[in-house]
Ligand binder design. Structure first.
Ligand SMILES: [Zn+2]
Length: 480
């Protein structure tokens, strides 16, 4: 059995792993690189395998950095089944169709004459970078390959290869995937959630594996406790309410938006915040929330209990969901105070930007970050205390209050990752190797050290490195 690391090596995006046995070739995830230009360029490099020879794809969850290249691989000849949970299939369809549309839009915009460089060579570069990896049609064709699997059910996914999906507690439908073949067992953590977060269940403990492929996004870091995060959210609401201002929360459409609505509703129930009108302004988030509503069997005990009391913990009473861009713009004239939750979460695009343009120089507005801000984004700049910000080419002074909460992460922090990994030291067979992926170098190095302290053998693979998963020592090679 061989394992090749095709992404998420020394970085948090582009998750993709190739498992090869004597009889079959299976991909676990097929994600897009979304980081620096140097990384994004990897999306355009020729694939290191022939997609026609892949028997199946196993998808851990619907985030673009885990599923984003599926339409590309399908367009290049992959025609096998893509196994994932039902909820992941629905969310991934939303994400991939949106990604196809956005790529078409970007390509059109960047081909406008005003955007073109004066010489032919530069134009060629622009054309290549702007060319869509796939369009909406390709995305729609690819999602037809999805095949639903249930949590906990073992399934033969290719000849001699069995897979089991276990709840990862990261976003709705997310899975840890155990792959069994040639009498070896490899467990892929996928993105691992946190215990005790709202709506969805906790990550499933796993104990037996020969090899573990572990995400390490938050290696070396600890989140503030959930209770502290709720308290900070309540404080931001009260701050905006007392100033008769606006609380603007940039949030990712899938997962974070639903969690924030859940938290606001809970705060209201506990009388910790006044009843401030809420505007939900993201078409994608509304569609994702509808999908969240359809899977009550995936909820944790707390949310299930609220449902049986006939409460709707996923909704905020009287929330306004915008239906189009006109309604979105009209929020600026709405009675104050109010709360706006809009995507995207890092202020790199989406409707949140026109709200920010309205509010950034308003002393009575509060801008509240509730998620990770990638290096070089407008979100990171504002979070870092920038006094001026450029939105759509125009400079604005920053007069609104800027706050951040780290406790709403959908990723386990270092302690939680190690708690989960410790489960494998109690099993009947101890892993021969723990591969650390989905981590920037400092986080990765922190995880490597901690894994060694647990008495396990860590390995941080390089991009396109192949390892032989034998019963004895590990041998590895790297291809172009
Ligand atoms: Zn994820």
């Amino acid at each position: 059995m061989r394992l090749t690391f095709l992404g998420a090596t020394g970085t948090v995006t582009g998750s993709q792993f190739l498992v090869e046995t004597e009889q079959a070739r299976v991909l676990v995830d097929c994600g897009m690189f979304q980081g620096s230009p140097h990384e994004v360029e990897r999306n355009r490099q020729p694939l290191s395998y022939d997609p026609r020879t892949i028997d199946a794809i196993l998808l851990t969850h619907a985030h673009l950095d885990h599923c984003g290249l599926i339409p590309l691989v399908a367009a290049e000849g992959f025609a096998g089944p893509i196994f994932c949970t039902n909820a992941t299939a629905e969310l991934a369809e939303l994400v991939l169709v949106d990604s196809g549309k956005l790529q078409e839009e970007f390509a059109e915009r960047d081909h406008r004459p005003s955007r073109r460089a004066p010489d032919a060579a530069a134009n060629e570069v622009i054309t290549r970078i702007a060319a869509p990896l796939y369009d909406e049609r390709r995305a729609r064709a690819a999602v037809r390959l999805f095949r639903a699997v249930r949590y906990g059910e073992e399934r033969e996914v290719a000849r001699g290869v069995r897979a089991t999906f276990l709840d990862a507690g990261h976003i709705l439908g997310s899975a840890i995937i155990r792959v069994d073949a040639e009498s070896r067992s490899v467990v892929f953590s996928g993105d691992l959630g946190r215990p005790d977060t709202p709506i969805i269940r906790d990550p499933t403990p796993v104990s037996d594996a020969d090899y573990v492929v572990l995400e390490g996004t938050y290696g070396g870091r600890e989140h503030e406790p959930q209770a502290e995060a709720s308290r900070a959210l309540a404080e931001a609401v009260r701050l905006a309410a007392e100033a008769t201002g606006v609380l603007l929360i940039p949030a990712f459409a899938i997962g974070r938006t639903q969690e924030i609505v859940w938290e606001l509703n809970a705060l209201l129930d506990r009388h910790e915040i006044p009843r401030v009108p809420l505007y939900l302004d993201s078409p994608m988030a509304s569609k994702a929330s509808a999908i969240y509503h359809r899977y009550p069997d995936h909820y944790d005990e707390e949310t299930t209990a609220a449902l049986t009391r006939r409460e709707d913990p996923l909704d905020y009473p009287g929330a306004t969901t915008t239906r189009d861009a006109r309604e979105s713009r009209a929020i600026a004239k709405a009675k104050r105070p109010h709360i706006i939750v809009a995507s995207n979460g890092m202020l790199t695009g989406g409707r949140v930007l026109h709200h920010l343009r309205e509010l950034i120089d308003d002393e009575r507005a509060v801008l509240l970050f509730v998620g990770y801000q990638g290096q070089g984004t407008l979100g990171a700049e504002l979070q870092g205390g920038a006094r001026e910000a450029v939105i759509d080419g125009q400079s604005h002074p920053v007069r609104c209050k800027v706050r951040s909460i780290s406790g709403f992460s959908a990723h386990a922090d270092e302690r939680e990752l190690l708690d989960w990994l410790r489960g494998f030291t109690r099993g009947t067979r101890k892993p021969k190797r723990v591969f650390v992926v989905h981590a920037d170098p400092p986080a990765r190095d922190a995880m490597v050290a901690k894994i060694r302290e647990l008495g396990l053998e860590p390995h941080a693979p390089e991009w396109r490195e192949t390892v032989e998963l034998g019963s004895g020592t590990l041998s590895s090679e790297r291809s172009g």
